[in-house]
Design a protein around this ligand. Sequence first.
Ligand code: F1P
Length: 599
Amino acid sequence: MAFVAKPDRIDTFSTIHDWESADYEPTLPVSEKSNPLTRHIDRAPASSIVKMLQACDAQMFQEKSQTQYQRLLSEEMVKTLMEVAERVRLILKDPQDSLVVLSGCGTSGRLAFFMASGFNRELQRLNYAPVCSYVIAGGDRALFSSQEAPEDDPTLGALRLKKVSEGKKRVLFVGVSCGLSAPFVAGQLDFCLRHPDVYTPVLVGFNPAHQARKEPIPGCTLTFHSVVTRMEELAKTQKAFLINPALGPEAISGSSRMKGGSATKILLEVVFSASFSRTPVTFNGILQHLRSYEKALDFTYSHSEEIAALMEAAGRSLQCGRQVCYLGWGSLGLLGLIDASECKPTFGADHEDIRGFVSGGYKELGNNEGDLTLMGPEFSISHDDFLDGVLPRLTDDDAVLLLYSHSDDVDEVAKLARRVREKTSNIHAAYHQTDGDAAAKQDDINKLCSSTVIFTWPQEASKRLQHLREFSTKLLLNAVSTGAHIFKGKVFKNYMIDLQVTNSKLYRRAARLLQKLSGHSESECEEALLKAIYQVDKLSEDIATCSLETHTHTAAKAKKVVPLALVCLLTGCSIKEAESRLEQQPIVREAMETCLKSS
Ligand code: F1P
């Protein structure tokens, strides 16, 4: 089967270029704007949600229009990718004294780990030295659990970078911050700029440079914007590189794990594959590679009915307070872990709601800090952990999704599928094969599953199959977990209404959201937010003068902070009353609508 043609556009919604107009949410950077295509996503059935996500994802590959925005496929972008690929080649020539460091916070850090490990495996296969390292804000525990606070610390970022690159003479540093916003990454880039003899900084993000965050960082003179301005100057002489195409707003406003994460993966894989290849890095080679992801996107969404069925199954489980488990093999399993870990900060989810498990656990991962199992239940990530801790409690209300490909140990998949099937019929699979693969064993597995998405990749994709099926799996998982949380009522219009407020970016986003939804002033909204964080009806002098860091630290222990603040703002009720309203109506979206109607 060949890559399929593009499906119809969603014509019932605003045009796909709306967000680009200068007067569309002018105070917000692209990565924080709300997407006109998904305004009604919270009320849509699964099939329409998938269509909306498809249309949003397709915006990644739209050509440059008349506006200011640089796009993924722009000529300048392709040229920058070529230049960075040449820099990686220099590192490969001198592995003893050189290093590539990929770094970021949250999803960006997880993907930094994911790709650094994948690139090293590929390098070893090609008889090169493994020259890639990663740094994630919050250390390895942030790989599978939500740790947003370290993102605010520029000094920590610089220290971690210094440590990992100690003794190296040449370092290519790739800092990822989708919103051009994370102080942790700003600190690292600044460190590179102050040591140009060793470090060449590359910034990956998805806003134009002038939209980089201008908010002062406590205890330091930098802003993300000031660092980007210095980088822009150096980029003229290729002493620094900016890879910052606009992708269009996320389907769920600000949820950079979606397009931001996907584009990070695309861009870095394109750069590193070009540099690992023995053939010259060419403009057309890079462009074609970028376009292969566009085809993979269309191919993935050509399975939209099956994806919608998975979304519905996952949604049903979450709606009745039960669990969704991803059981994966190899890198697809790791993507499951990543997708699951993002649900906590995005939707205020419990870590039990959606969980990922990977065959081989920490042995498969090869992360810096090794086995983290003893750190707590969130860190039990192997199939054995699933069999011991989760399987005995599974019921038909829990959904299990197998993630595997033809090249994984299919006997093992079948064995695990049988064990799961003994406990629940709510078992599903997303499986990748190539045209012409024999499929006898998969048939046995499919019979055990109540639904299966089979991706049969055309032979033409085989050169880049691994990366493309990962990309496809990421899109599928993002769709399933986002859709399931929409059904659970954790999205209002296209806003994450129950986000965690655990760092300065999320705090500002929450305050903005309250303003937008309540119509109250900035100061009233911030006051309501603080009351919800500290669970008080009156702010004491002490609280009002605490640092933002103290607020976000305290918020990490609280639940439903934003919904509570919004109920108080809309009804004028006390925190206690707001709590009881939300208890009576645990579907946050419904509770919000009731308050909005009566306000
Ligand atoms: C990093 C990040 C996101 C996460 C949350 C908090 O953002 O950790 O990955 O989902 O929004 O911020 P960025 O620095 O890549 O923009």
